[in-house]
Design a protein around this ligand. Structure first.
Ligand code: SER
Length: 313
């Protein structure tokens, strides 16, 4: 079946890689990238691009009509650390972009949506180990509150208006193509860049902060597997727990030191420590395994190998 795809937030950490992979799989001309600003050269050269403010419903509707869009991946969001500084801007961007896309689907102008949720939906009262799909949530960050609310609205639009929305609670994502921006798990990307450029890194979380993490290739594969599954298999219409590994800054440092023995790590926790402390340290993703056969492939060893090799070249 012929389907055109729109990626909103295509220049971000996840959006960039999603754009490349979707274009490789379905063809460049059917995957329209969009963002509030232009992305890096290779992304811009890889296919059609539209400047788009995701909070502008009319602009979004126009692009969807022009390109005859069928599926939308809404990757635009303000992440956890930045959202604490600009709460109202974060709420406006994270919620209104979602409502715009949900309402397009309600009006039958698009037929399928991917929207990312996060481990940030959990909070300080959530059991931290092997956190279940359904458990106490009570997020304590602006970003987490927006993702938790978003999940409720996704399920509501699915139940009330039959909107085909699919979502994953991503862990912290480790990638080399595009830097993350404004998140609490960004240290796990910065550390590899600094190991190569400076031989040293000062981490803004303390050494024993264990958080769920995933290599980007796994995250992209999970996203496409979820989107390509038959609708009746997708039993969770809020967002699926998803897991690969749980890592502390000290563990990542040690795995870098196996390859770069002179690498030096130091710690200067800042306000992001409190955000990290409110999130789970490990995630139970058995629902994703059962419903759509999810299985992670990258452990820390493989992740470090890929990160250092690709950042070097
Ligand atoms: N990685 C994100 C952040 O740190 C959470 O989804 O904000």
């Amino acid at each position: 079946m012929h389907k055109n795809i729109l990626i909103i937030g295509a220049c971000g950490q996840i959006g960039t890689e999603l754009t490349f992979t979707l274009r490789a799989n379905y063809g460049s001309e059917v995957v329209i990238a969009s963002d509030i600003r232009e992305g890096n050269e290779s992304l811009m050269a890889s296919g059609p691009f539209e400047l788009l403010d995701a909070t502008d419903y009319d602009a979004l509707e126009e692009i969807v009509a022009y390109w005859e869009i069928d599926e939308v991946y809404l990757m635009a969001a303000m992440l956890s650390a930045t959202a604490e500084k600009f709460p109202m801007r974060a709420w406006n961007l994270n919620m209104n972009s979602l409502f715009n896309v949900l309402n397009l689907a309600k009006e039958k102008k698009i037929s399928k949506i991917f929207w990312p949720s996060s481990i940030a939906v959990f909070g300080p009262n959530t059991p931290r180990e092997n956190t279940a799909q359904n458990t106490i949530m009570e997020p304590s960050t602006v970003y987490g509150i927006s993702k938790q609310s978003g999940e409720r609205w996704c399920e509501y639009y699915h139940n009330k208006f039959d909107v085909d929305i699919r979502s994953i609670r991503y862990p912290g994502l480790i990638s080399w193509k595009t830097m993350p921006g404004g998140g609490t798990t960004d240290y796990a990307v910065e550390i590899y860049h600094k190991a190569l450029s400076d031989g040293a890194y000062t981490c803004f979380l303390n050494e024993s902060t264990s958080l769920p993490m995933m290599f980007m290739d796994d995250a992209i594969r999970a996203t496409l597997e979820l989107m390509e599954s038959d609708a009746e298999k997708i039993k969770v219409r809020s967002a699926y727990n998803l897991s690969a590994m749980s890592l502390t800054p000290a563990e990542i440092a040690a795995s870098i030191q196996e390859r770069i023995p002179s690498f030096e790590m130091s710690y200067a926790p800042d306000f992001r420590q409190a955000i990290a402390d409110s999130w789970p340290s490990s995630i139970d993703d058995s629902r994703a395994q059962k419903d759509w056969n999810w299985k992670a492939e990258f452990d820390l060893e493989k992740t470090t190998k890929e990160m250092l090799a690709n950042l070097k070249s």
